[in-house]
Design a protein around this ligand. Structure first.
Ligand code: VGL
Ligand code: ZN
Length: 209
């Protein structure tokens, strides 16, 4: 990552938010994102340019409502309506305490200062690092960042069109400056979701590098 891509951001109050670099989202994982493991060395290199690194970790209970297995007759990637709105159904993934929920073994996380776990309430999914999928129930991350004066976020990780995009859009809505570093992200892309996510992020003023 050449430094000039990030030169509009002062270094001190800049945070690298690393989204869901977990075994289940990497090849052979339960919800593998194509090329998911390719971003690990890129993120390791990038993270050395940041004084502040925060990780998110998808962290579901075993019978989570976002799992197709919790809806008799439904298959992964079908959609259902839950009280908070439409929800894509997924294979069982990132179950608390399992190897699949662990971070990729090569992710260099030693200087990470905070891990935000999300999706641990059975009844509601949580793509964003800031809010659960009702877009109202906070994870506490915004308060943490504001209290520490960390208002500039660079977001990387998996998956571009779900957890990365939701996090970026919520962060913009909350008044943070947001940059998504495309080559350090990979998408799932169901039904055009990747292009739609980039369109929405562009319209919201998320910086794409
Ligand atoms: C994610 C689907 C379900 C993600 C998490 O990290 O983008 N996607 N759970
Ligand atoms: Zn999940």
């Amino acid at each position: 990552m050449p430094d000039d891509l990030l030169s509009h951001l002062p270094t001190e109050n800049r945070v690298l938010l690393v989204v869901d670099i977990q075994n289940d989202f990497c090849p052979d994982g339960a919800l593998a994102v194509a090329g998911g493991d390719e971003v690990v060395p890129i993120i390791n290199r990038l993270s050395r340019q940041f004084a502040h690194v925060i990780l998110t970790q998808d962290w579901h209970c075993a019978n989570h409502l976002s799992f197709a297995s919790s809806h008799p007759g439904k298959k992964p990637l079908e959609q259902v309506n839950l009280p908070y709105g439409p929800q894509v159904l997924w294979p069982d993934h990132c179950i608390q305490g399992t190897a699949g929920a662990g971070f990729h073994p090569d992710l260099d996380v030693a200087h990470c200062e905070l891990v935000i776990r999300k999706g641990y309430h059975r009844e509601i999914d949580s793509y964003s690092a800031f809010f659960e999928n009702d877009r109202r129930t906070p994870t506490g991350l915004a308060g943490y960042l504001r209290e520490r004066g960390l208002m500039r976020l660079c977001i990387v990780g998996l998956a571009t069109d779900f957890c990365v995009a939701y996090s970026a859009l919520d962060a913009k809505r909350l008044g943070f400056e947001v940059t998504v570093i495309e080559k350090a992200c990979r998408g799932i892309d169901v039904g055009g979701s990747l292009a739609a996510a980039w369109l929405e992020m562009n319209e919201a003023g998320v910086i794409r590098v």
